[in-house]
Design a protein around this ligand. Structure first.
Ligand SMILES: [Zn+2]
Length: 97
């Protein structure tokens, strides 16, 4: 995902990550990996870096991209592996591992 098509600006992303970290007790929504949030200025995406993911993909329901109940934090690996799959599809895959 490129930053220019992201539904949230940098300050908003930081606030969302902080709120969701508390909600998810610092774990990836999908695989349970411990997450860390870094200031966006770091640039570098580390393996445990919390990324913003959408339960229902933006490609399917673009109108839900800013709806907080559709937003979760995922580790970078899950975010990349999930792609445009729905959360249900991807979670079935994670459980099957
Ligand atoms: Zn994960």
């Amino acid at each position: 995902m490129t930053s220019f098509d992201h539904p949230f600006n940098r300050q908003r992303r930081w606030a969302i990550k902080q709120a969701k970290m508390l909600e998810q007790e610092g774990q990836c929504f999908y695989c349970g990996q411990a997450l860390a949030i870094y200031h966006a200025q770091d640039g570098e995406r580390k393996a445990d870096c919390a990324t913003i993911d959408h339960l229902i993909p933006k490609s399917e329901r673009p109108e839900l991209r800013r709806v907080m109940s559709n937003v979760v934090l995922a580790c970078a690996a899950c975010n990349a592996a999930k792609g445009v799959k729905s959360a249900g599809q991807y979670m079935a895959e994670v459980r099957a591992r």
